[in-house]
Design a protein around this ligand. Structure first.
Ligand code: HC1
Length: 567
């Protein structure tokens, strides 16, 4: 360690870190707008300045490495005056519709900083850059952009896509798309990683809360919900619980309180996916065709492969994602069983994902003019709806999911984290191939938050080579090899977001690597605590095959649960 003095206190701290990182570790609050712990420093907002003895000017704490003997002050009068000036300059051109901004409720870093430093600009000069509502997934309010560049860095550096650029104007700088095109016309994959790092309301998921509220008030609508695996171990964060906390059975209670008629579970259709995709995998191995099989659950990933590797689309599993399998059944199996008209059903999906909003609107995802999923709300949107309705989740009693499509195994739950779909598939595929003799459940080799993972496993005398990637820049590493014919994998799991759905674009904010690790641990704990941990043991999945679908891969299963991406 090295010795430094911060705010008149002598401290021994770790070398090789920035002043900002050290201050945060010891509990000193330095405001930032462009800094994000998962991105390389931007150094553009100038809010994090501090005083270092011997320096003639204030230094940016996010970019300055801490050195032995440094004497640092983080809140001198000069520092505060400088921060106020920075904030004032931003606020002069920032719309002040905070009452109705999507970042209402403590999530706006600019509002928090402005309030903290008590900054009140005398007049405003709003640039009038306009609103981009072209996307099913995201909304851009460019007047609210403060030029912090976080979206540029996450899209370029983390996802390897790079749809954004910075524009300097007389009235401040801001981010827009390259060519300034509406976002729906760019290479955007709707992953929403930019939304999650945006410090203000410039980038948000397409807000559909009010649409859902109107439906909940409509007595002619029968509202049926599905809820993604990740929601159960992340929603608690919105109510002050630790990341990873399992709130599975509080969610049905809350949803019924706001007027939902049936609370079902995407975990059910994740198990169903394993039955369909496992069967598809075994068939492809038998026929030696279209290997490696590529998973298809992540709609950001599907968009990415459509844009970048269209020649590999035949390798993509024909399975719809669990969300869309569920949607198809919510408008067929469920109403047929319950004696309802599918036209009266409003199917609401709760996802940690912004790309799921896009997926629900894809033309492939409906039958006979009826859309399978009507609206997708993100984790954040549902949390907001609960709060608006006065619901404090931790105080609620537990309730069960509704029967028919409300059961999920541990295998389904781990879909939420990178490697989970692979592990769930391995649990069932090895069991089928060895007729129950190989009954391993925990496949540690495919776990962990690394961006790319590989493993070779022996399954019933056969060597199976698998790979897993999360985040599209990691997927690219694998797909370049596959496209060049240099890979001999049998099965590849790809999730569009780094770390998988626990790091989805609709996940609670703040969101960073440390939080995601806790979420992952929560997911595996929920899996381990579930008495049923293999998809083929889901009794409601067994029932739907017996009563409705026939066998996995049947004609009916294909009609409802599969699709083909051709773009
Ligand atoms: Fe996911 Fe999936 S795991 S894609 O991350 O396959 O969003 O949680 O619901 O569809 O099941 C997301 C999560 C989710 C689907 C499943």
């Amino acid at each position: 360690g090295i010795n430094v003095v911060i705010n008149n206190k002598s401290l021994t701290v770790m070398e090789g870190k920035t002043i900002l990182e050290v201050c945060r570790e010891v509990g000193i609050n330095i405001p930032t707008l462009c800094y994000h712990p998962d991105l390389k420093p931007g150094g553009v907002c100038n809010l994090c300045v501090v005083e270092v003895a011997g320096e003639t000017e204030l230094v940016k704490s996010c970019e300055t490495e801490i050195k032995a003997g440094m004497v640092i002050n983080t809140d001198t009068e000069e520092v505060i005056a400088s921060r106020k000036e920075v904030l004032n300059e931003i606020l002069v051109r920032h719309p002040n519709d905070c009452l109705t901004c999507d970042r209402v409720g403590g999530d706006c870093e600019l509002q928090n900083a402005a309030y903290y430093y008590n900054v009140h600009p005398k007049e405003r000069n709003i640039p009038g850059r306009g609103l981009d509502v072209s996307s099913f997934a995201l909304t851009r309010d460019m007047d609210k952009c403060i030029g912090c560049e976080r979206c540029i860095r996450v899209c370029e550096d983390v996802q390897g896509i790079g749809i954004y650029k910075k524009v300097e104007t007389e009235n401040g700088s801001y981010a827009t798309t390259k060519e300034d095109a509406p976002i729906a016309e760019t290479d955007c994959i709707n992953c929403g990683q930019c939304v999650k790092v945006c410090p203000v309301g410039a980038l948000t998921e397409k807000n559909e809360i009010h649409k859902v509220m109107a439906v909940l008030r409509d007595p002619t609508k029968h509202v049926v919900v599905q809820m993604a695996p990740a929601i159960k171990n992340t929603m608690g964060e919105e109510f002050g619980l630790a990341p990873g906390t399992d709130v599975t059975f509080k969610l049905p209670t809350a949803l019924r309180k706001i007027g939902v008629d049936k609370v079902f579970d995407t975990d059910f259709s994740a198990d169903l996916t394993i039955m369909e995709e496992g069967t598809e995998f075994l068939n492809r191995v038998k026929e030696g065709k279209n290997l490696p099989l590529l998973t298809s659950c992540s709609p950001g990933w599907i968009k990415y492969i459509e844009h970048n590797y269209p020649q590999l689309l035949d390798n993509v599993s024909s399975c719809k994602s669990p969300q869309q399998m569920f949607g198809a059944l919510a408008k067929s199996y469920y109403p047929e069983t319950a004696g309802l008209d599918p036209k009266d059903i409003f199917h609401l999906s709760i996802m940690p994902c912004t790309a799921k909003k896009f997926e629900a609107n894809r033309p492939e995802m409906g039958h006979g003019g009826i859309q399978d999923v009507d609206v997708v709300l993100t984790t954040r949107e549902l949390a907001k709806l609960f709060k608006l309705e006065g619901i404090h989740l931790p105080q609620l009693e537990d309730q069960a999911f509704d029967k028919l499509m409300g059961e999920g195994t541990g295998a389904a739950r781990i879909f939420a984290t990178t490697g989970g779909v692979m592990e769930a598939a391995l649990r069932t595929v090895t069991w089928i191939l060895t007729e129950g003799e190989m009954d391993a459940i925990d496949y540690q080799v495919v776990r962990g938050l690394e961006g790319v993972k590989e493993a070779e496993l022996e399954v019933a005398g056969m060597k199976v080579k698998v790979a897993i990637a999360s985040g599209t820049s990691n997927a690219k590493k694998l797909m370049d090899k596959v496209a060049a014919g240099e890979a001999d994998y049998h099965f590849i799991e790809v999730m569009g977001c780094p770390t998988g759905c626990i790091g989805g674009g609709g996940a609670p904010i703040p969101d960073n690597q440390a939080v995601k690790l806790q979420r992952m641990e929560g997911i595996y704990a929920s899996d381990a605590g579930n008495p049923v941990r293999r998809s083929h043991e889901n009794t409601e999945v067994q029932k739907i095959y017996k009563d409705y679908l026939g066998e996995p891969g049947s004609h009916k299963a294909h009609h409802l649960l599969h699709t083909h991406y051709v773009d």
